[in-house]
Design a protein. Structure first.
Length: 534
């Protein structure tokens, strides 16, 4: 065995029970990891310098294969159910033992990194894996320690990722050969049977989402940026709603695009990179993100590339609909030097309503904000998942249910407390469809979405004339400079008004039925913020 790179930690792999390995590669930089990835045939270099890789059969998260150990630590603190599936300590130990055996003789790549940009609220994370490009991904997406911080840095949590490992459901209490097993008591995450790199970052997100609430920190699946006057905006939203796109605004300073914490005095990024969806990305609509797909240091997952010219085709979904790019956050112009900002002034909740019912922007009361935060609504459209042929409503509580170990009310109560303390303005923005449902209407023009957002963020929308939406009860502007007034009232954009009314009633009922899960965990004022079924 040879060791390459530098192990600054006092904790070796031997100390973690990982013995008899092949070569160990510690904390390699971007260039070294490029070289190893190419040497091992893990990827190819595209025009401009990005590393292009394929993730095989798993082109997204394996949600049904994620488990959390149920023990004395988690019994009464984790929200058990379809999202947080329990695993016995004995089954986890069986998986761990099999991982240690499987790692023997293998070359391993190790990175010691931070989860979180706030020195007072971060976790030391060690990533261990068999792919050089996974190590580059982790180094890109998490926060790299300074030279001074590296000395003696000991992992609080370890994420061990062995894609070639195949789990045994019969002896390990899992569902398939793919497994993501989290043990909070042991500070250990085991990932096997998937090459999709996003499992690494989302595991760290889940860790922080579990740890931080007890310290009064609100963990959020959101993007965030800072305006010219120092005003911070938070953008909640599920995948495909525009978190990354709308926060990458040349007129504002980017804090981060996906995962953040909200402490008593700041909003801080959990990460040091961005992980953008790339399918159908255009230079005209998203120039900052588009530019990263032509940069050395960016990792492109499942993006189709011409093998001769090395030119990319971002519109080709042959390998996956969920094509992704991971790049350092400083690749976006005008980013926050420390990945942090002050208290937020505006909260934006993004939804891609494929039913064409919701207005392009609405102002929420604090109670409505908590209602829609706990609801976490968006919609899937045809082609995004196998079997989806018509729009389907999706409710992912807290706009990130798969990554929220605790009960949603924990995060909801934190949000309500933060709103009360700061007086932040709350908005619901529909980046989905207008003029009809998906397949009949058309996607909300991004120029109108940006214009409405700018009006909300610069404060001018606060004084705009408003109407009350008859279905959802929130305030909706009736005119905004630079935006066609017709689009502000979704009913007016439908040719068939009766069809709109029927679809609106349908969506209202979906909201009401979904919220029954939370009705007993919130007070009457939040329950009263529900849409009207009349």
């Amino acid at each position: 065995m040879q060791i390459f790179g530098a192990c600054h930690s006092t904790v070796s792999l031997d100390a973690q029970g990982i013995t008899d390995t092949g070569n160990q590669y510690w904390n390699l930089g971007t260039a070294q990891l490029y070289e190893e990835a190419i040497r091992r045939d893990e990827g190819l270099i595209a025009d401009g310098g990005p590393l292009v890789v394929k993730t095989g059969r798993c082109t997204g998260r394996s949600a049904n294969d994620k488990f959390t150990v149920r023990d004395d630590t988690t019994e009464n603190t984790v929200w058990w159910g379809d999202v947080n599936r329990p695993m016995t300590p004995e089954h986890f130990d069986a998986v761990h033992a099999a991982f240690l055996e499987h790692a023997k003789g293998k070359d391993l790549f190790v990175q010691d990194l931070w989860g979180g940009s706030d020195p007072d609220h971060r976790v030391a994370v060690r990533t261990i894996g068999e792919f050089a490009w996974h190590s580059l991904f982790c180094r890109t997406m998490l926060v790299r320690p300074t030279a001074d911080e590296k000395a003696g840095m000991a992992p609080q949590f370890t994420v061990m990722n062995l894609p070639s490992f195949k789990a045994d459901p019969a002896t390990m209490g899992c569902n398939s050969e793919t497994i993501i097993a989290v043990n909070f008591a042991k500070g250990l995450v085991l990932i096997g049977g998937t090459e999709y790199a996003g499992e690494n970052k989302k595991s760290v997100f889940s860790i922080l989402n579990y740890l931080l609430p007890k310290d009064g920190i609100m963990p959020m699946h959101c993007s965030a940026n800072i305006g010219p006057e120092g005003d911070v905006a938070i953008f909640f939203g599920l995948s495909g709603t525009g978190k990354t796109t709308l926060s990458a605004d040349s007129a504002r300073t980017l804090i981060g695009d996906d995962e953040h914490g909200w402490s008593d005095d700041s909003v801080f990024n959990f990460e040091g990179g961005c992980y953008a969806k790339l399918i159908n990305l255009s230079e005209e609509a998203e120039p900052e993100i588009y530019a990263t797909t032509r940069m050395y240091g960016t990792v492109l997952e499942n993006v189709v590339m011409d093998p001769n010219t090395r030119q990319l085709d971002l519109d080709d979904n042959t390998l996956a609909e969920n094509t992704r790019g991971a790049y350092p956050i400083h690749y976006i112009p005008n980013t926050s030097e420390h990945n942090r900002g002050g208290k937020p002034k505006n909260i934006i909740m993004l939804t891609a309503d494929a039913f064409g019912v919701l207005p392009p922007i609405s102002k929420l009361t604090p109670e409505q904000a908590m209602y829609h935060f706990l609801s976490g609504y968006t919609a899937k459209v045809a082609g995004t998942e196998i079997g989806v042929k018509e729009p389907q409503a999706t409710f992912s509580t807290c706009f990130g249910a798969p990554f929220m170990p605790r009960h949603p009310s924990v995060y909801g109560d934190l949000l309500r407390k933060k709103i009360a303390e700061t007086g932040v303005n709350c908005w619901l923005v529909n980046t989905g469809w207008t003029g009809g449902v998906y397949g009949v209407g058309h996607r909300m023009p991004i120029k109108d979405t940006r214009a409405l957002l700018h009006a909300a963020l610069d404060g001018s929308l606060n004084s705009a004339p408003m109407r009350i939406d008859p279905n959802f009860g929130f305030e909706v502007p009736v005119e905004v400079t630079g935006v066609d007034s017709l689009i502000l009232n979704p009913r007016d954009t439908w040719a068939d008004k009766d069809a709109y009314d029927a679809k609106a009633r349908y969506l209202v009922e979906l909201f009401i039925n979904n919220f029954e899960t939370f009705a007993g965990h919130v007070d009457d004022s939040v329950n009263a913020a529900a849409p009207s079924a009349a």
